[in-house]
Design a protein around this ligand. Structure first.
Ligand code: 5GP
Length: 212
């Protein structure tokens, strides 16, 4: 009779960190909501930011909207896994909530820019990074215009920044192209990456035993 693998009854396996980056307007928020709906094992790490909420954004769901003073206090308390200044505002990934989710066995989706990606990879090289790109810059421009949440000057800043962000693609583990009207395909590709990463030998070895 096969011996019971002691590892299988061991405490819950820790979850994995999946980093998602994308230039503003590339569709990552839509991809994220589809992913979370389809995968209860996956949780979103709600970042902290000093920027103001956009119409429709909910405090505690999209971001924890805080003032600079509170953000600085969290930095001093070592409350962030990483943080960065983007478009003149501060953004950071809260450490305690993320740790809690990982220990409970959940995978965590961390949405950060390329600076955040580099910082997370430095402390957690096992984190898997995915860059979502639009088909072209022209397409991105059109999407940002359609969204209409930014003033003309902000739009220009975001497009300039998008060019910088797209040049960082080479530091990511995976690239997913989000084609217009093919969002389901992009969602499937991210799901496939998550599934494949869980099947990596190093993730599975130790959990199974073929000895009789
Ligand atoms: P937005 O203001 O459009 O929501 O986000 C602007 C940028 O900030 C995006 O590239 C987004 O991925 C990034 N971002 C959001 N949260 C964090 C965070 O916690 N850390 C870092 N480094 N970037 C973040």
């Amino acid at each position: 009779m096969a011996k019971k693998n002691p590892n299988l009854s061991s405490p819950i396996k820790r979850g994995m960190v999946f980093i998602i980056s994308a230039p503003s307007g590339a569709g990552k928020t839509t991809i994220r909501s589809h992913l979370l709906r389809r995968n209860p094992q996956l949780k979103f790490s709600v970042s902290y930011t000093t920027r103001l909420p956009r119409p429709g954004e909910i405090n505690g769901k999209d971001y924890h909207f805080v003032n600079r003073e509170e953000f600085r206090r969290l930095i001093r308390k070592r409350g962030f896994l990483e943080w960065a200044e983007i478009h003149g505002e501060l953004y950071g990934t809260g450490r305690p909530a993320l740790e809690k989710l990982l220990s409970s066995g959940k995978d965590v989706l961390v949405e950060v820019d390329f600076q955040g990606q580099a910082q997370v990879k430095k402390t957690r090289p096992e984190a898997v990074s995915i860059f979502i790109v639009p088909e072209s810059l022209a397409e991105l421009k059109q999407r940002l215009r359609k969204r209409g949440t930014e003033k003309q000057s902000e739009l220009r800043t975001r497009l300039k920044r998008a060019r910088v962000e797209l040049s960082k693609v080479k530091y990511y583990d995976y690239i997913v192209v989000n084609q217009e009207k093919k969002i389901a395909l992009a969602v499937d590709q991210v799901k496939a990456i998550i599934t494949a990463e869980h099947c990596r030998r190093k993730m599975v070895q130790g959990l199974i035993s073929f000895r009789s």
